[in-house]
Design a protein around this ligand. Structure first.
Ligand SMILES: [Zn+2]
Length: 184
């Protein structure tokens, strides 16, 4: 089944066959349902405007065909970062929560990925800041910060293949305190 991919890059769907050059996004991750859409309010580092940042989580993933977690585990999650290719239907879910979420060049990463972009000044707030810095929108350091994250179960019933990286370590804390709801 051909799933249209939302990307300005020409990529194949075979995630085992992705190393075809530096300019090509690598489709390396398989995310098992339920996919989790995280949203939280953040402040632009540049203009201080508040906006909704989005992120993607999954209880179980494969990276280059290797299982990273148990599919049955639901009290912890991987958080997917630096997404550079994904199905259009998934991108639509993310942009429905943050309309300025889009492909942006990042000097930190040395490439482009779908980044939470400030709707006021157009600068990206990087995934490193949001996910890997304590106190970032998706790196809560208190139960109150974790409870401020909204987690929605998306209605994808099949595994979704994307390109990106992932983090692990904050998911169980987020899920223990955030409100987890089914997406509309
Ligand atoms: Zn801004």
């Amino acid at each position: 089944m051909a799933i249209p991919l939302a990307s300005n890059q020409n990529v194949g769907m075979n995630y085992d066959d992705a190393d075809e050059g530096d300019d090509q996004a690598e489709v390396n991750l398989r995310l098992f349902p339920p996919l989790l859409l995280l949203s939280a309010t953040t402040s632009c580092w540049h203009c201080k405007a508040a906006f909704t940042a989005v992120a993607l989580g999954a209880h179980a993933i494969e990276d280059d065909g290797e299982a990273m977690g148990e599919v049955t585990e639901t009290d912890d999650m991987f958080i997917i970062r630096e997404l550079d290719v994904m199905p259009e239907a998934l991108l639509a879910e993310l942009t429905a929560r943050n309309p300025s979420y889009r492909l942006q060049h990042s000097n930190t990463v040395g490439g482009s990925y779908y980044a939470n972009t400030c709707p006021e000044c157009d600068r990206l707030t990087g995934d490193f800041f949001l996910h890997a810095q304590p106190g970032g929108a998706f790196f809560p350091t208190s139960t109150a910060e974790a409870a401020a994250i909204k987690v929605e179960r998306l209605r994808f019933s099949e595994p979704v293949i994307v390109g990106g990286s992932w983090g692990y370590g904050t998911g169980d804390f987020i899920l223990a305190h955030a409100a987890v709801v089914d997406a509309p």
